[in-house]
Design a binder for this molecule. Structure first.
Ligand code: PNS
Length: 169
């Protein structure tokens, strides 16, 4: 059984992420979607909500599971009995960041390998950040994220707007 860890913020999960997950499962027997706890980056969705959304969208994908971790990624990978970090890569702009992370992870542990899959062209422009921005401004993001995620984004921004209006009086 070969397990890969697919780490990220997943705030929220997008169709691009799901594509990488599915393609990862063509190479590995199990892929754990690992949501990183970053105390410095609060994000839009609290971790339990991100896990909920991921659970819902991966429930029919054999071999996929979801978890959360804090601390060093390489330690988590090893604790899970894995030696593979799976990441998707989109454009040149992703490359520098991914290269730096892969080298840092390699410096931290020679026992862990980083494996990259190039995104499908359909998801080239899709990121959690850009769909959040579009959804916040009322844009239609259907087709870019699972329907359940699109619905939760809408609800989240509506709740945030309501809370801001109530605060204002
Ligand atoms: O989806 P993201 O935000 O690009 O994911 C970044 C993530 C979570 C993979 C990265 O920040 C990470 O690995 N964090 C865990 C802490 C860690 O191990 N840092 C040192 C290696 S860069």
């Amino acid at each position: 059984m070969k397990t890969a860890i697919y780490p990220g913020s997943f705030d929220p999960i997008t169709n691009g992420h799901i594509s990488i997950l599915r393609r990862g499962l063509e190479i590995f027997d199990r892929v754990i979607v690992a949501v990183a706890v970053n105390p410095e980056k609060q994000g839009l969705f609290p971790i339990p909500e991100r896990l909920d959304m991921i659970e819902e969208v991966i429930k029919d994908i054999p071999g996929a599971s979801v978890d959360t971790f804090d601390g060093l990624l390489v330690d988590y990978v090893i604790n899970q009995g894995s030696n593979v970090i799976l990441r998707g890569i989109r454009a040149l702009s992703d490359f520098e960041y991914e290269f730096q992370m892969a080298l840092m992870n390699r410096k931290l542990s020679r026992a862990v390998q980083s494996v990259f899959l190039m995104t499908d062209y359909k998801w080239f422009y899709v990121s959690s950040t850009i769909i959040k921005e579009a959804a916040e401004l009322g844009g239609d993001i259907n087709g870019l994220a699972p329907a359940s995620v699109a619905r939760r984004l809408k609800e989240k921004f509506e709740a945030n707007r309501k809370a801001a209006a109530e605060k204002k009086g």
